[in-house]
Design a protein around this ligand. Sequence first.
Ligand SMILES: *Cc1c(COP(=O)(O)O)cnc(C)c1O
Length: 353
Amino acid sequence: MEIIRRQQLKEKPAKGTQLGFGRYFTDYMFTMKYTKEAGWHDAKIEPNEPKAFDLATSIFHYAQGIFEGMKAFLQPDGSIAVFRPEENWARMNRSATRMCIPNFPADVAEEGLEALLKLDRDWIPTEPGTALYIRPTIVATRVMLGVHASTEYLFFIILSPVGSYYAHGLEPTKLVVEDTYTRATIGGTGEAKCLGNYAASMKAGEEAEEKGFDQVLWLDANEKKYVEEVGSMNMFFVIGGEVITPALVGSILPGITRKSCIQILKDKNIPVTERRISIDEVIEAQKNGTLDEAFGTGTAAVISPVGLIRYKDVDYTIGGGKMGAITKMLYDTITGIQYGTAPDVYGWRKIVE
Ligand SMILES: *Cc1c(COP(=O)(O)O)cnc(C)c1O
């Protein structure tokens, strides 16, 4: 793989800086191009610097683009581990298919990511709860107006040292059930990690923040009845000892953290069910005292306890507003594997160096 080096490395955030999420970027990036004639080609590592694009480039007009979110963790022995990257490459190619983007060779992307991590390894933060966030993206780069799939694409990976996703860290999050706007419909693009989904969700997100909430809890678009997910997290409820997560009906993003949690729960013989769950069922369980825990799962937020849900102007405090036992067990198990402090019984750590 070709590596174009920088003349001078960037300044890293000082030790102890609150990293937040997605505010700092490393020295290098991985890029690869697609044209109809050459397919995916020109894979290389280059300095992470601004690039110029013609304003008629199709990504700016029609959002034909997709992304992924992964994390790299510094291990106690100094090596780097990435959590289940092959799952992300596979999902990214499924998103690509939905968005008429040509599938890319996952082995080249993985090779590029590993070369990039080695070059930028000094950017991996070491404070507890921090990681190096990995953002692979594909955007349509053909310079042409007209609603058609592009014939040219840019694949890139950028890296960002991050702290916790929510400003309040591991404090339980507050969600408001969204019953005006919808995120995704069956047959739409909710299953794909495509750019437009996130633009479409911002209005609801802003209104939720104005009311003092972290994010919205989306319901299904047809009936506004069934729980779907949160902006960047899949949802789980613990009701009477059973863990329930909404089934992947076509409008929900198939999270890798979600899939990992289901596996861990099954292996610990904790009953876990993937099915449709209505918001009424959740509220009913809360009222009769059987809703023990609620939590969200996602690469950025890891396992995030939900302490409060507002539905139809009524606030429901869940589990006393504290992190529940199953939430904590999943958090400890997943972060133990990620940070290399627990044995990797599933083979989920991809060691880079
Ligand atoms: C990325 C994402 C998730 C979480 O998926 P992970 O693979 O666990 O990171 C959940 N919901 C949405 C809408 C997402 O974009």
